[in-house]
Design a binder for this molecule. Structure first.
Ligand code: ADP
Ligand code: ASP
Ligand code: MG
Length: 457
């Protein structure tokens, strides 16, 4: 069995869906389990619908829902036309009814909560609509093409914690359910499709697992099904030496260790969700990152680390972060100071990324979207607090980079014109991160890329 996940751009329109179906049809002998995201940008539009609903803007909410209905129906029409050239025209009544059903329930919920706070479970349900629409369309079209395909609702097996917007899987419960459900589906089909991103609590309430989490759904499913491989199909030639949208010269990396890929994802590389590596690594399942626009490209394989060489593999970033500095002479020679500081972050649910300490001060970075006012108010009890806004974190990632001669010096050389607000070395020697002014981020990334990957020219 193999698990193949297709992201938004791989199913963004009729042409992309056709390419994706052709990729799947070449893997029929491997029992493919397909995990789908929403079509490109649909989850963003659903977020906007949720916001307009809470703001009481009925017109805007309705406008988006109508556009979603039209877009999905247009995809169906275009796909059906393509099929009609070679086979009998498929009857699209059923799939159009399904699209109407999901869009109507979105509209019903939007009207019911207009101008008020939407309960988390309803919000999760609304935000997961994109995955239900895309998976139904792809399943319908594959069957219309004569590929026996079964759709399994991920909420029949993806049991999660009740953190509705950012849930994590309850792995033993997922394992208990997924195997029999998927095996049963293969009894009547050659391909099984399910939704990424969505989950359900033990009590049956809908959840989602956070933005970009279809990668995590796929890896987890691969793990519980003991898949031979997990394939993450996206819009770039694998994991690259930097984000190709920032560094056009970035190249695909052939091989990475689980540890390196996890560190890259944790430190901002959007190509993989931060939780997506661990499940694959637990069972030592190779995880491939491949390009659905260029299926012939080799892509990246992420696997156990023994065959991985030391050195810098990639540059990642978080574009909009804040640095919180806590200065307190009381810290010198006292114990328990750091515990108090980190409990304040924990208490207010703010997650800390980078940490750097000196004898009398601690600096941490947090994502700019975090609500830090309650934390800084509490931290004032312990010392003088300053917050640096509009900063970016840039990291070089790779196995044993600190041990690689000249790597640290090369970083300083590359950023010698920029002010560095903070620097931190990951405890596992896998990353070296710096914080710079946000307007400088792109040039810092490009300079680092030149230094490490463009042979010094
Ligand atoms: P999908 O919709 O397929 O999940 P995403 O947009 O979530 O795709 O992730 C793919 C994007 O990740 C790429 O288009 C690229 O801009 C970005 N990216 C960031 N860092 C990297 C990197 N190191 N290698 C490849 N892509 C990266
Ligand atoms: N559709 C969801 C999102 O846009 C999940 C995903 O793409 O992985 O965040
Ligand atoms: Mg993604």
């Amino acid at each position: 069995m193999i698990v193949m996940k297709f992201g938004g751009t791989s199913i963004g329109d009729a042409a992309a869906i056709r390419r994706t179906i052709s990729i799947i049809s070449k893997k029929m002998r491997s029992k493919p389990v397909i995990v789908l995201s929403a079509c490109a940008n649909v989850t963003n539009l659903l977020h906007q619908t949720v916001e307009y609903t809470e703001q009481g803007d009925k017109e805007k909410s309705e406008e988006i829902i109508t556009s979603l209905r039209d877009r999905h129906k247009n995809i169906v029409d275009e796909l059906a036309l393509g099929i009609a050239a070679k086979r009998p025209t498929p009857d699209t009544t059923d799939i159009n009814n399904i699209i109407d059903k999901y869009c109507n329930s979105l509209w019903t919920l939007s009207k019911a909560h207009l101008g008020g706070q939407i309960p988390d479970a309803d919000k999760a349900y609304m935000l997961s609509m994109g995955e239900y629409l895309s998976s139904n369309i792809v399943c319908f079209m594959m069957n219309a093409l004569g590929i026996k395909t079964s759709l399994v609702d991920a909420r029949h097996f993806m049991i999660t914690t009740p953190d509705y917007m950012c849930a994590t899987a309850n792995t033993p419960e997922v394992a208990k359910r997924a195997n029999s459900i998927i095996e049963k589906a293969f009894k009547i089909a050659d391909v099984v499709i399910t939704q990424g991103f969505v989950g359900v609590t033990m009590e049956g309430d809908p959840t989602i697992m956070g933005r970009g989490s279809s990668d995590y759904s796929a890896s987890l499913l691969g793990m519980v099904l003991d898949a031979d491989r997990i394939e993450i199909w996206t819009d770039v030639d694998g994991i690259c030496t930097a984000d190709p949208s920032i560094v056009p010269e970035a190249k695909g990396i052939g091989k990475l260790s689980y540890e390196e890929a996890a560190e890259l994802a944790r430190f901002g590389a959007k190509v993989l969700h931060p939780l997506s590596i661990e499940p694959a690594a637990t069972k030592n399942i190779p995880l491939y990152v491949l390009n659905s626009m260029n299926p012939e490209a080799e892509g990246t394989v992420v696997l156990g680390g023994s065959c991985i060489f030391d050195g810098v593999k990639s540059i990642s970033y978080n574009e909009n972060i804040r640095v919180i500095n806590i200065y307190s002479p009381k810290m010198i020679n006292t114990t328990g100071f750091l515990t108090k500081i980190f409990s304040a972050f924990e208490k207010h649910g703010v997650s800390v990324d980078m940490i750097s300490t000196s004898e009398a001060s601690v600096s941490v970075t947090v994502d700019a979207s975090a609500s830090i006012d309650p934390v800084t108010a509490e931290l004032k009890r312990y010392g003088n607090i300053t917050v640096d806004r509009d900063k970016s974190q840039v990291s070089i990632i790779g196995k044993n980079i600190i041990g690689v001669k000249g790597a640290v010096a090369a970083v300083f050389d590359a950023v010698s014109d920029s002010k560095i607000y903070m620097m931190s070395q990951g405890s596992s020697f896998l990353n070296l991160s710096i914080v710079v002014d946000r307007p400088e981020m792109v040039s810092v990334i490009r300079k680092l890329h030149k230094t490490f990957f463009e042979n010094g020219d």
